[in-house]
Design a protein around this ligand. Structure first.
Ligand SMILES: [Zn+2]
Length: 333
């Protein structure tokens, strides 16, 4: 029998349990060896790596396994005193992606007062363009990911008023396609990661009514393959990180039940590394911290009781979002 789509095969004896303690150790030990090859190779996204680790551990209620104070000191050293933006790592250029990661870490630690949030607000404001879009940094690439980062950062520091919100919303809506999905810029192909950014953006800005939810949900639920895994675009292989992006988007628009949770859970659990802990993108591949967070996050959205509940819009623990008194919108059917 021929399958036209790319997919993976999961054996029937696949692991069904969550290797909870192994994942705690995997994340807590990540980056301990500063000479480690992987650690050196990921310098350019160190700040996001810390966010993935901090969030993953908090979802497992093991945040105390990391050194809070040294992480905060690291973030302070990465803030550019001129532009206000935060870099992935000391000595690198600031970027809105790492600025969001740093703010998310500080908010989880309830330590926003440790940095200059006024400068952060100025930085985000400086990246908005006349058409409402956002640059990611001073080099000037436009992408709907950066629109999400901008409103996520500003809502977390309670400074949403510094940008032109109406223009920002209109730009994001100009990236909506006939299939109900969103791309990185107007007329760009729909992609699950960017759909998550745009749906998250509309959730934070209370504009979910502008979505064609039925059409979008169809596109999203068609991402589920016979293996149970989700892909990011038609014809692509399933990947654990798309479990998060697709599932979080479906959760925000109130249609999580449009996919098979049971099959997806089985796929995600099959991507765990039984020896080292951590999740890989697909069954049998090497685990990494990025897929570990999104695997845990997706399991939390599916209702796994061993994990704290995660907020689908911010990908941060729900209790943290409540503590900030933020109310990102979700559609309740
Ligand atoms: Zn992935």
């Amino acid at each position: 029998m021929a399958f036209t789509s790319n997919d993976v095969t999961i054996s029937d004896d696949s692991r069904r349990e969550l290797f909870f303690n192994k994942h705690v150790d995997y994340i807590a030990n990540h980056g301990n060896d500063k000479n480690d090859y992987e650690y050196c190779m990921t310098e350019f996204l160190r700040m996001s790596g810390i966010y993935w680790g901090v969030t993953g551990l908090d979802l497992m209620d093991k945040l105390d396994r990391l050194e809070k104070q040294s992480i905060i000191e690291f973030i302070k050293k990465c803030q550019c005193p001129v532009t206000g933006g935060i870099a992935a790592c000391e000595g690198h250029d600031p970027h809105i992606l790492y600025t969001l990661s740093a703010i998310q870490i500080l908010v989880i630690y309830d330590s926003l007062g440790e940095i200059d949030t006024e400068l952060i607000a100025k930085y985000v404001e400086s990246l908005q363009q006349l058409d409402g879009s956002f640059f990611g940094d001073r080099w000037g690439e436009v992408d709907t990911r950066f629109s999400f980062c901008a409103v996520a950062i500003l809502s977390l520091i309670n400074r949403m008023e510094v940008i032109d919100l109406e223009k920002a919303v209109n730009f994001v809506m100009s990236c909506c396609n006939a299939d109900g999905g969103f791309g990185s810029k107007p007329h760009a192909e729909s992609h699950a990661g960017l759909i998550y950014c745009c749906v998250g953006f509309l959730s934070i800005t209370d504009q979910l009514h502008r979505l064609d939810c039925e059409r979008l949900a169809w596109w999203l639920c068609e991402r589920q393959l016979p293996s149970g895994g989700l892909n990011g675009r038609p014809e692509k292989l399933p990947d654990v990180c798309y479990s998060w992006w697709v599932l979080a988007s479906l959760t925000i628009i109130g249609r999580l039940h449009w996919i098979s949770s049971e099959k997806l859970e089985k796929f995600i659990l099959s991507c765990q590394d039984a020896e080292t802990g951590g999740f890989a993108d697909r069954t049998g591949n090497m685990p990494d911290i990025f897929h570990t967070l999104f695997g845990l996050g997706a399991l939390s959205l599916l209702g796994d009781k061993r994990l704290k509940s995660v907020n689908p819009t911010y990908c941060m623990p729900e209790y943290v979002i409540e503590r900030c008194k933020l109310k990102p919108k979700v559609i309740v059917l």
